[in-house]
Ligand binder design. Structure first.
Ligand SMILES: C[S@@+](CC[C@H](N)C(=O)[O-])C[C@H]1O[C@@H](n2cnc3c(N)ncnc32)[C@H](O)[C@@H]1O
Length: 239
């Protein structure tokens, strides 16, 4: 950031956090700063805005001599389209957001029973995800190259994998956990009326059955490997 400022000398440094979410990791620690917090329009921007005074206080304490004024702006919209005027940003940052595709890929019909790339997914399904990511990432890079000032930078933190296998547990584990939760809900929707109808089980017993089921899942998850591979890419816009 220091290098960027001393090489470009902007009146104010414009920073964008793309896919900021609404949690505590949201703000990027960073003379005069203009910080744009972007996420999809449905994001809970109120939670971020409410947390800003506390964040600014902490920044003042952490940075000896303080910092120049910080101006925050919420930017609702998809980072797969243009979000900012041409040549207006000095630094773009995005962490753990680019694994969200712009849409569910076409051609997932053969992915029976899965909500992600699983071991048993046919090659056509893996290709459908790959092609969608390529289209989305190209749109992302095209838009950011128009928005960044020449010589300025972008850092992306992305969930990655060491394995050659696109459906490896390394990157698909979080989706496996989500799929378990969905399956649990589906099972409950189907099984509950059957159990009550056939065996006369009351609500309390059904709840107990599903509490046990949750414990079994928690036990399996505890034994699984929960290490994630992070890929960090830093880029500079050439003239
Ligand atoms: C896992 S959170 C990352 C939060 C934060 N950046 C962090 O590192 O803790 C991913 C965020 O990306 C947002 N997101 C997904 N697709 C997006 C898109 N097309 N445009 C903008 N934000 C998007 C989601 O709404 C979500 O808040």
């Amino acid at each position: 950031m220091t290098n960027l400022y001393s090489s470009t000398h902007p009146k104010s440094l414009a920073i964008a956090d793309l896919g900021c979410s609404s949690g505590p990791n949201t703000r990027l620690a960073s003379p005069e700063y203009q910080v744009f917090l972007n996420d999809l329009p449905g994001n809970d921007f109120n939670t971020i805005f409410r947390s800003l005074p506390g964040f600014q206080e902490r920044m003042k304490k952490q940075l000896e001599g303080g910092t120049g004024p910080l101006f925050f702006t919420g930017v609702p919209g998809s980072f797969y389209g243009r979000l900012f005027p041409t040549n207006s940003l000095h630094f773009v940052y995005s962490s753990y957001s680019l694994q969200w595709l712009s849409k569910v890929p076409n051609g997932l019909e053969g992915n029976k029973g899965n909500i992600y790339m699983a071991g048993g997914s046919p090659p056509s399904v893996l290709k459908a995800y790959y092609d969608q990511f390529q289209r989305d990432f190209s749109s992302f890079l095209t838009c950011r190259s128009e928005e960044l000032v020449t010589g300025c930078r972008m850092a992306l933190a992305i969930l990655g994998r060491r394995s050659q296998d696109p459906s490896s547990k390394e990157c698909c584990y979080i989706w496996e956990l989500l799929a378990m939760a969905v399956k649990e809900m589906c099972m409950r929707a189907v099984a509950e009326p059957l159990l009550i109808g056939h065996f006369g089980f009351g609500e309390a017993i059904i709840d107990d059955v599903f509490r046990r089921y949750k414990a079994i899942i928690a036990d399996r998850m505890g034994k699984g490997k929960t290490e994630f591979v992070n890929v960090v890419v830093a880029m500079t816009k050439k003239g």
